[in-house]
Design a protein around this ligand. Structure first.
Ligand code: PHE
Length: 432
């Protein structure tokens, strides 16, 4: 495969936590953490801290499936598609025998056994949140890449589909909860392949410590928080994956300091399983009683489920096919996915001169809107720049495959014709 700088940037440059597949170098999503919450460069703390100190208005906590008019509201900033809206309220994490629900429950069970009665669980928080909750309250700097409409679904200028469950940290602390687990669907614009899907599920964990606890432990508060965090998460990894080796990698997130990623050695490879750290003090002080310390973690349920249950393609989690769903039972972590006959794939290549405003995420979104879950992968397979004109041409390969049936040539040709037409019209690129 030819080197594609665009893809290299997306994959390597902005790794995202909590995506299901391992990254280049470290492990992310290929990238685990597109979000670039793990940004390559650390933003200046002064700027990051300022936004958290402004008291947020009290908001009522909503639940349930949002109404279509609320999500697709015609606002100029709105970039939510029908395809995305249809996924809202599916609540895979609330289905006890779905692999995503099974993992969620296994994590709840682990924390309940470790600290009986301590963690309050929430799994129905409304997925539409303010930019303040999603970004400002967790100190994501104003110019951070994750705020771009290229990466995040905006409902309007100040409202988004949450791109991480960290959006609920501050409000849950404000409601007085000292220890909680929040599970929900999260939304990110992204490229398309077997481990990326624009909707996936995360769990956020937070535990607050008070002074008597660290005095009793005979260590400073931050040290107690870090130790308890690491003990808890290593215990969780072993609860899910058996006697695996664990290692801690230094990381960066705007909302924790210090920050870490946990990796486990599983089936011969180091895999990143989550991001975490000691909560930035300004978040805790601004939303909870002063004089406390806390830890926080965030993990991607698809990633864990794909590794644990041997699920090879993230689209399978959204399948209604009994051949998939019947392989899993509530409470059973021992299931291993047995592939049923894979239907043949079919690919189409498409080359065009890119325009300055071209973005790969926009291409993926467009292809997804036309082909839905029949689109297995979109990859840049070649790129070159014409030295005379300075124009760059990219060639993309779109792989189509159904998880449920054989596709016909006519069907794929019709989809691809539509893709070509819309790519030229909507993305304003010149097809070759
Ligand atoms: N919100 C982070 C992400 O989605 C994960 C995280 C949560 C990291 C809490 C640290 C603490 O990438």
């Amino acid at each position: 495969m030819a080197f594609c700088p665009l893809k290299a940037f997306l994959r390597g440059g902005a790794p995202r936590l909590s995506s299901p597949r391992p990254a280049l170098g470290s492990l992310v999503h290929g990238r685990v953490c597109n979000l670039a919450f793990r940004a390559a460069s650390r933003p200046s703390r002064a700027r990051a801290v300022a936004t958290a100190c402004v008291a947020a208005p009290a908001t009522e906590l909503r639940t349930g499936k949002p109404k279509r008019e609320e999500v697709m509201n015609g606002s100029p900033e709105n970039n939510v598609s029908d395809y995305i809206y249809e996924k809202m309220g599916m609540d895979l994490h609330r289905q006890p025998s779905h692999p995503i629900g099974i993992i969620k429950q296994a994590i709840y069970d682990f924390f309940e056994a470790r600290n009986p009665g301590m963690f309050k669980t929430f799994d129905d928080r409304y997925p539409i949140v303010t930019t303040r909750a999603n970004f400002d309250e967790v100190l994501v700097p104003a110019d951070h890449i994750s705020r771009s409409p290229n990466d995040t679904y905006y409902v309007d200028a100040s409202t988004v589909l949450r791109c991480h469950t960290s959006a609920h940290q501050a409000e849950t602390l404000r409601s007085g909860q000292p220890a909680f687990l929040v599970t929900g669907d999260v939304y990110r614009r992204d490229s398309i392949d077997a481990t990326h899907y624009p909707v996936f599920h995360q769990m956020e964990g937070v535990r607050v410590f008070s002074e008597p606890e660290w005095v009793a432990a005979g260590v400073p508060g931050a040290q107690l928080a870090e130790k308890d965090l690491k003990d808890a998460l290593e215990g969780l990894a072993k609860h899910l994956f058996g006697e695996v080796e664990c290692r801690w990698i230094d990381a960066y997130f705007p909302f924790t300091e210090p920050s870490f990623e946990l990796e486990i050695f599983f089936k011969g490879k180091w895999l990143e399983v989550l991001g975490c750290g000691v909560m930035e003090q300004v978040i805790l002080d601004g939303n909870y009683k002063p004089g406390h310390k806390a830890w926080a973690f965030g993990l991607g349920l698809e990633r864990l489920a794909m590794v644990l249950f041997d699920v090879p393609d993230i689209r399978l989690f959204w399948s209604n096919d009994d051949r998939f769903l019947k392989q899993f039972r509530a409470g059973d972590l021992s299931a291993r996915f047995k592939p049923y006959s894979k239907f043949p794939s079919c690919y189409k290549d498409m080359a065009f001169w890119v325009s300055p405003q071209f973005s790969e995420n926009n291409l993926c979104e467009l292809v997804r809107n036309i082909g839905g879950d029949l689109v297995e992968e979109v990859t840049c397979i070649d790129t070159f720049t014409n030295k005379k004109t300075g124009k760059t041409s990219n060639c993309y390969r779109i792989v189509y495959r159904s998880m449920e049936r054989s596709l016909t040539d006519e069907e794929i040709n019709a989809l691809q014709d539509d893709v070509r037409k819309q790519v030229a019209e909507v993305l304003k690129v010149e097809l070759r």
